[in-house]
Design a protein around this ligand. Structure first.
Ligand SMILES: NC(=O)c1ccc[n+]([C@@H]2O[C@H](COP(=O)([O-])OP(=O)(O)OC[C@H]3O[C@@H](n4cnc5c(N)ncnc54)[C@H](OP(=O)(O)O)[C@@H]3O)[C@@H](O)[C@H]2O)c1
Length: 324
């Protein structure tokens, strides 16, 4: 099989396509023939060795995929060859096949094709749990989404709208923020062109109930300053590169709640929330919800796809289509 390999840590253009042995399913594992794999910002960080967890080279890049089960190892129940499945892994998804624990796979809903299924798991689960499990979002809340034109951001706009939130999509430029209107944003803010705190306060009157922040940097404090009393700020990531430091007097004055979310560890801490989220997301998919996929690339073009994300040029989700 062919795979996109990181042989030296660095920029995406260092990634090379190699012929590799097909994986074999060990006990408890399934081998999936990958139809599509989504690009996530952490793929860029992992290749550069800037992620929380370091991966020794060489390794196959890519963390999220959808395809069909090709074979299963001993002791596997619940999935069988031919099943349409999606999953995520800490690497190995930018390849024609992957071996993963069979229990980590979920069935692709009938309403999703493989391209959209590949882009669903990480961003939509992150969006749902950031908003509901961590942000305690309710219908009618003012919800501010930073980095709204990105993968996590566009999923947050979509999910928050479908859960009855009044969504303000914030992105660097007006053009990028406006991409979120079809997803349900009722207001937009271009945070590199106007004052984020002032605009949130103007739009909401009393301030935001929930802020979801996958960007970090200076936008974090500005949005916390625009929370209503008792508002919730959810820290999801630092795509801007700078980890913000927040003055605690803001928390005191606003009775604010600052919480973080990490999908990697959620199941271990809150299995009941994972079950509830899966049920609610399945219902929303049946209602027509699906990721905003802006572009697809072939496996040969993995370096180009990752470069688009690294250079802040991507909108929504970029997907590697293995069938091309
Ligand atoms: N906690 C979790 O469980 C979890 C799960 C998934 C992802 N994440 C994290 O969430 C963050 C966003 O992920 P994503 O998949 O949504 O990425 P993405 O699609 O690349 O979106 C990130 C957004 O951040 C904004 N941004 C601002 N400064 C940037 C910079 N210097 N470089 C790149 N982007 C910049 C960009 O929007 P503008 O240009 O419009 O500002 C971009 O659309 C990442 O840090 C990722 O690691 C966390």
């Amino acid at each position: 099989m062919r795979a996109a390999r990181c042989e030296v840590h660095g920029d995406p253009d260092k990634i090379v396509i190699r012929e590799m042995p097909d994986p074999v399913a060990g006990p408890g594992e399934a081998v999936v023939g990958i139809d599509a794999a989504a690009v996530n910002y952490p793929d860029v960080l992992i290749a550069a060795d800037h992620y929380q967890v370091s991966f020794p080279t060489p390794f196959t890049t890519g963390s999220e995929f959808a395809g069909r089960v090709l074979s299963v190892g001993a002791d596997v129940t619940g999935v069988a060859p031919g099943d349409r499945v999606m999953g995520s892994a800490m690497g190995g998804a930018f390849a024609e096949q992957i071996a993963v624990p069979a229990s980590s796979l979920t069935t692709v809903p009938d309403d999703l094709d493989m391209i959209h299924a590949a882009a669903f798991n990480v961003t939509y689960r992150t969006a749902y749990h950031s908003l509901r499990t961590i942000g305690n979002m309710n219908a009618g809340d003012w919800v501010v989404v930073l980095g709204a034109a990105g993968g996590v951001g566009s999923a947050c706009v979509d999910v928050a709208t479908r859960l009855g939130g009044k969504v303000i999509a914030a992105a660097s430029t007006r053009e990028r923020a406006d991409l979120c209107r079809p997803l349900g944003a009722i207001e937009t803010i271009a945070y590199d062109e106007e004052d984020l705190k002032v605009r949130i306060k103007e739009i909401t009157g009393g301030g935001a109930d929930v802020v979801v922040d996958p960007v970090g940097g200076p936008y974090a404090e500005q949005s916390i300053r625009a929370l209503t009393w008792g508002g919730r700020y959810v820290c999801v990531g630092f795509a801007q590169g700078e980890i913000p430091k927040i003055p605690l007097n803001l928390v005191l004055l606003k009775g604010a709640i600052l919480r973080g979310f990490e999908i990697r560890t959620l199941a271990g801490h809150a299995p009941e929330a994972v079950t509830r989220g899966a049920e609610e997301l399945t219902r929303l998919v049946a209602d027509g919800m699906k990721p905003f996929v802006s572009e697809t690339f072939s496996l040969n073009d993995v370096p180009r796809a990752l470069t688009m994300v690294a250079e802040r040029r991507a909108t929504g989700k970029i997907v590697i289509d293995m069938t091309r």
